[in-house]
Design a protein around this ligand. Sequence first.
Ligand code: ADP
Length: 511
Amino acid sequence: MQDPVQVPSVALDSNQRKRHEEALRESEERFRTLVQFSFDVYWETDAQHRFIRQEFAETLAEPPVAEIGRTRWEVPHLEPDEEGWRKHREMLDAHLPFRDFEHARPTPDGGKRYVSVSGLPVFDETGRFMGYRGVGRHITERKRAEQALIESEARFRTFVDHATDTFMLHSEDGRVLDVNRNACESLGYSRSELVGATASFFDLEIDQATWRINRERIKAGGITTLESRYRRKDGTVFPVEVRMREFCEGGRRQIICLSRDITERKRTAETFREMQAELTHANRAAAMGQVTASVTHELSQPITAMLCNAEAALNWLGSQSPNFERARQALASIVADAKRGGEIIGWIRSLIKKTPAPKESIDVNGAILDVITIARSELLKHGVLIQTDLAPGLPRVEGYRVQLQQVVLNLILNAIEAMNCLDVGGRELRISTAGDASSRVVVAVRDNGPGLDGVIVDRLFEPFYTTKPGGTGMGLSICQSIIEAHGGRLWTGANEPRGAVFQFNLPSQQG
Ligand code: ADP
């Protein structure tokens, strides 16, 4: 604010007065010209605060109501309240400058017209208070915009409060600044109990270090989504998915956390996982069922050998001059065959068992050879010629041996079925392994069947998609989920000169 204006009152001679009047007229003209270009209303009041002058542009969109002869508070008004006016009058009576005093007048259509006024007290040369001079401006539009903002914030608050998600606003160091209603309801705390607490008060997975790590992640990636566990006031715990984002308000960095109770989602995922395990097992059992002939053959071989060796041992011992050395050799062979039989039974049992053995370090070539063993008589039965091209010195793979064997078995059985349309003698199956540049082990199963046409390729891995009358359509979808769970990928292609190739890769322990 400038200093109060002093009105000069000097005794003037007529010439001086003329010049002075001329200067005054010019200054008044300049002033009026300025007013015509201004959006402001220029006003003057006397020592009793009654309006004595109001100047404004003729083109002003909303000219002020005539207030001449009345004080500002004698003109009908709506705002501020009595207390507001009292304070304003107190200031005027103290002859103090004022700035941006906002008040509202009623409009004929029942609305409100907001005006903001600023004024300077005027004193004569003796220091006597003469009144005020100042400007006023219509601020209805600005007020409306402010009001809309307040309403929109209130609407947003209502939305946030009624949202089924939990909203929390945190300071940089993890302290809770604000929460919505759902945060209180789901955690069982009142707002005042939560505001001011750190996140670790209810979040079981968070401490200062994790909070810092999360903040780094937010800085790097914008929005961060993580899973955590919240503890209610009554001690019960529930899983949540938390989305965090940082934003800046009034120069202060804040973190907004939106969390959602995922108990139901977790339960569904668990049921789905169990169902998938059941299906995987059922598929394995079905595949095993198809190769029972091989299994029987594999077992009957050592049993027959054991029988022969037992008879031989009996002969060596029962003769007139028993040959103990030969009998010992026959018995040693029985032990070896019994071991081999036991191994086969153990292995088949592991294939059939519901819960597979724990993860292990797998020699992929060895696992494939075992599968070929049990599929052998199925291959023979269909007249399929099998070739293997297994790369020596492959790095080992970590995973579930039985599940990977299930994938190979499924691919072999599919290939056998696909080649049924060919004449016996022309059915060829080739299984190869190789290591790739990124230390992954790649397994390929090739056949020279009809191959995969475009329509089939797009749907092969869909659950329940089958082109076979008795098919389940689950084989390839299960194979895909097994390979992906091992961190690998399963894909198909065309074999040269004809047929299909199914390939998968697996990360090796070396990689
Ligand atoms: P299913 O064997 O019960 O049909 P899969 O998921 O194992 O289920 O296979 C889905 C479909 O993919 C098969 O019905 C078949 O049409 C096609 N398919 C699978 N393997 C081959 C292959 N080696 N050659 C041609 N088509 C194949």
